[in-house]
Design a binder for this molecule. Structure first.
Ligand code: FAD
Ligand code: SF4
Length: 279
C-alpha cells in the first residue's frame, strides 16, 4: 500500500478514485484496513490538503474533535457532542470530516457477516442479521432494510444546527450528505468516491444543547444522542444512535424487540433538551 501527501484539495481529489482512499486521522479507517473490510492501493493523507480550524461560522474539515470541543466560537451543542465523543487520544487526531463519514459500528458488519451492507461475491448480502439477532444498540427509526444506528455525535449536533457542507464540488445541507441504504444502492452517503468534504458552515443558534445516553459515563458510543438548537421560536433536533443515518424526525419510531428501551430514553432526552434551550 502506498501513502501520498497532497498539499491542496485539488491535488487530493486528483489522487482519489481507482483504488485510492482518503485518510483523515485514520481512527476509523486504519482498523477497517487492518480487518480487510476496506481495501486500498493508495492512502491519500488529507492533513496538508484540507483547511483546519474555525473562522467565524466556518469549520475546516481537517479540524480535530479535540480542537472543536474547546473553541468558544462553536455552538454549545457541537462543542458538547465533540467532548462526549470517543476518548481524548482519539479526539486529538480524529477530524470532523472523518467523523461524519465513519462506518457503522454494527457488530455483524464489523465481524464481516455477509449482511446487506457487505459485498458477497459479485452482489450484496441479502439479510440483516441484526434484525433477527442481537440488536440492543441498533436503530428505532428507518430500520427495515438495515437496522444499524449511526454513531456520530457531532453529526447529530450539526444536523440540529442546520449545517451546510461544502465539498470540493458542491454545497449541500448536512441532511443531504446521508441517504438510507436500499436494495438498489447500499451506500449511506451521497458522496462520490473521489469527493472530499472541505468545510462546514454552522449557523449560530440562540441556544443549543447535546445530551447523550451511554452504557458508561465516558468513552462510549451513544445509545441515544439528542441535539436541540433554537433559532428564535423554532427548535430543531438531531439524533444519534437511533437510525442508520443522523436523524431529525421525532415521530414514527419502529423499535425492534431489543430497542424499545431506546424510545423511552429518546422521549426523556427530548423533554430535557427542549427545556434546556427554552428562552
Ligand atoms: C474506540 C472508539 C470510540 C469512538 N467513540 C465515538 C463516539 O462516542 N462518538 C463519535 O461520534 N465517534 C466516536 N468514534 C469515532 C471517531 O470519532 C472517528 O473515528 C473519527 O472522528 C474519524 O475521524 P478521522 O479523521 O480519524 O477519520 P478517518 O478514520 O481517517 O476516516 C473515516 C472515513 O472518512 C473518510 N474521510 C475522512 N476525511 C474525509 C473528508 N474530509 N472527505 C471525504 N472523506 C473523508 C475516510 O476515507 C474514511 O472512509 C470512536 C472511534 C473509536 C475508535
Ligand atoms: S444492521 Fe445493517 S450493517 Fe448491521 S447486519 Fe443489518 S444490514 Fe448489516
Amino acid at each position: 500500500m502506498e501513502l501520498t501527501r497532497p498539499e491542496s484539495v485539488g491535488d487530493a481529489v486528483s489522487a482519489l478514485g481507482n483504488g485510492s482512499v482518503a485518510l483523515g486521522g485514520g481512527t476509523d479507517l486504519i482498523p477497517l484496513l487492518r480487518d480487510r473490510i476496506v481495501t486500498a492501493q493508495t492512502l491519500v493523507e488529507l492533513r496538508h490538503a484540507l483547511p483546519r480550524g474555525v473562522d467565524g461560522t466556518t469549520i475546516g474539515a481537517g479540524t480535530t474533535l479535540g480542537e472543536l470541543e474547546v473553541d468558544p466560537q462553536i455552538p454549545d451543542a457541537l462543542r458538547e457532542a465533540c467532548r462526549l465523543s470517543a476518548s481524548p487520544q482519539l479526539r486529538a487526531v480524529g477530524t470532523i470530516g472523518g467523523n461524519l463519514l465513519q462506518a457503522t459500528r454494527c457488530w455483524y458488519w464489523r465481524l464481516k457477516f455477509p449482511c446487506r451492507l457487505h459485498r458477497v461475491g459479485e452482489g450484496w448480502g441479502d439479510r440483516c442479521h441484526a434484525r433477527d439477532g442481537e440488536h440492543r444498540e441498533h436503530a428505532i427509526f428507518a430500520n427495515d432494510f438495515c437496522a444499524s444506528a449511526h454513531p456520530s455525535d457531532p453529526a447529530a449536533a450539526l444536523l440540529a444546527l442546520g449545517t451546510t457542507v461544502r465539498t470540493d464540488r458542491r454545497e449541500l445541507p448536512l441532511a443531504e450528505l446521508y441517504r438510507l441504504p436500499t436494495e438498489d444502492d447500499r451506500s449511506t452517503t451521497t458522496l462520490a468516491n473521489d469527493e472530499l468534504i472541505v468545510e462546514l458552515d454552522v449557523p449560530q443558534p440562540d441556544a443549543s444543547v447535546y445530551l447523550k445516553a451511554m452504557d458508561r459515563r465516558r468513552w462510549a458510543f451513544a445509545l441515544v444522542g439528542v441535539a436541540a438548537a433554537r433559532f428564535g421560536d423554532e427548535v430543531s433536533f438531531g439524533l444519534a444512535g437511533v437510525a442508520p443515518i443522523p436523524w431529525s424526525d421525532l415521530h414514527g419510531a419502529t423499535p425492534l424487540p431489543g430497542t424499545e428501551y431506546k424510545a423511552k430514553i429518546l422521549d426523556a432526552l427530548v423533554k430535557r433538551a427542549r427545556h434546556a434551550v427554552a428562552p
